[in-house]
Design a protein around this ligand. Structure first.
Ligand code: PMP
Length: 429
């Protein structure tokens, strides 16, 4: 065990999740490449769980942050007018497509979702929330309560009354034989049943990730969230799209992962600051204005994060990174799709620059977390960083910076393919 790892174990919580048998300490980054403390360089196909949306050492972001720092003010208080906040809020409100949209900034995705829950429960006067099975929404008391992925649910106690809906369990025995249309109809019938028999007097909101990040890039079939929204609209129940992983064009086909459906609120974080802490909610004005008492976030929307976020968002739009995500995602998936012929690979899926490979035990077909771990280690040895996830921890998930080049896309797909074949053949080191 490295000296730093031993010190980490001694003073940090046992439940903190670290990748790799010998965890990485990163020392520098440039473009889509990271270098560790031992001098090894890696192509980054994970982007720090979609945090590094533009990659590393991006001049536009660095200069914007340096300009703010050179003013002498890192941050004072959100009690004062902050130009960067207003400018960013205007952009996000416009991009959200939500009518009369208003934006509140936080420091993280957890706080963004917590705020969305506060808005919806206050507006509707009830604590009943609908979420998807296998979801992940954060690590505070409220967001753990709406997290359905049991591997990341640190407490079964809850401040909310939560009911989990179907959405990404298309392959469960009960649904496997169904067409997408039949599955969507069954999900909608279940939602209607839940609404008719709600355990609380009413329902505050539904929250969903359009592609479940921690859940292993599991996706509801196209049209399901729109079908849910139609039913929710009948009762005025807001739909919140958790876009912490899927926003800003990452999914390729649309700017928000939820696609053509306009939700009542979107939550965002991670990539927007390209590494700087920023998150927030954009919601219908009446929802956002509905809180009865005063409030603020001391650091949420601070000038340094706003400088980084404005520069990052401008970069994404100016360079049409959504189109890049769509084009390169298709190239990678085309390369990875044939891998389903391997006995150890049970699925390859993805949209834009979010793609995943699920690993299964070749003898039983059961999800294999051990094989996923083996591929994680093998890719690292071959100079590629990828992520892991899924309900059973058996899914490799990839979300490279959206500035990825075609050459890098092919290089990463090649390394991943070789690593998967080596593990499948039992020749991994
Ligand atoms: N929602 C989703 C979909 C996420 O993936 C995450 C983080 N993995 C969060 C919320 C929580 O964000 P944070 O870690 O910034 O609190």
């Amino acid at each position: 065990m490295s000296e730093l790892l031993a010190r980490h174990r001694a003073v940090m919580p046992s439940w903190l999740s670290l990748y790799y048998e010998s965890p990485l300490e990163l020392s520098s980054g440039e473009g889509r490449r990271l270098t560790d403390a031992d001098g090894n360089t890696y192509l980054d196909f994970f982007g720090g769980i979609v945090t590094n949306i533009l990659g590393y050492d991006v001049a536009e972001v660095r200069e914007a942050v340096e300009r703010q720092l050179s003013s002498g003010i890192v941050h004072t208080s959100t009690m004062y007018l902050l130009r960067g906040q207003v400018e960013l809020a205007e952009k996000i409100a416009r991009l959200s497509g939500i009518p009369d949209a208003k934006v509140f900034f936080t420091n993280s995705g957890t706080e963004a979702n917590e705020t969305a829950l506060l808005l919806a429960t206050a507006a509707r006067g009830t604590d009943q929330v609908l979420a998807l099975r296998n979801s992940y929404h954060g690590r505070s008391y409220g967001t753990v309560a709406i997290t359905g992925n049991r591997g990341w649910k640190n407490s079964s106690l809850s401040p909310l009354n939560v009911h989990y809906l179907h959405g990404t369990d298309r392959d469960a025995p009960a649904f496997r034989a169904m067409s997408d249309k039949e599955y969507i109809d069954a999900c909608v019938a279940d939602l209607r049943d839940v609404l008719a028999t709600a355990t609380a007097s009413d329902v505050a909101c539904m929250i969903a990730e359009p592609v479940q990040g921690v859940g292993g890039f599991a996706m509801p079939p196209a049209g399901l969230l729109a079908a849910y929204k139609e039913v929710l609209d009948e009762q005025g129940i807001p739909l919140i799209s958790d876009e912490v992983q899927t926003g800003w064009g990452r999914t390729g086909n649309s700017f928000w992962g939820i696609g053509d459906t306009t939700p009542d609120a979107l939550t965002f974080a991670k990539g927007l600051g390209n590494g700087f802490t920023v998150g927030g909610v954009v919601a219908r004005g009446d929802l956002m204005d509905g809180l009865p008492a005063k409030g603020l976030s001391t650091f949420g929307g601070n000038p340094v994060s706003m400088a980084a976020a404005n520069a990052t968002l401008d970069y994404i739009l100016d360079h049409d990174l959504q189109a890049n995500a769509a084009r390169l995602g298709a190239i990678v998936l085309e390369r990875l799709n044939p891998l389903t012929e391997l006995d150890t690979v049970s699925a390859v899926r993805g949209t834009g620059l979010m793609f995943a490979v699920a690993m299964a035990d070749p003898a039983t077909g059961a999800p294999s977390p051990a094989l996923a771990t083996a591929v994680l280690e093998e890719t690292r040895r071959r100079g590629l960083l990828v992520g892991k996830g899924g309900l059973n921890d058996n899914v490799l998930r990839m979300a490279p910076p959206m500035t990825l080049t075609e050459e890098e896309a092919r290089e990463g797909a090649e390394i991943l393919t070789d690593a998967l074949r080596a593990v499948d053949a039992g020749t991994g080191t």
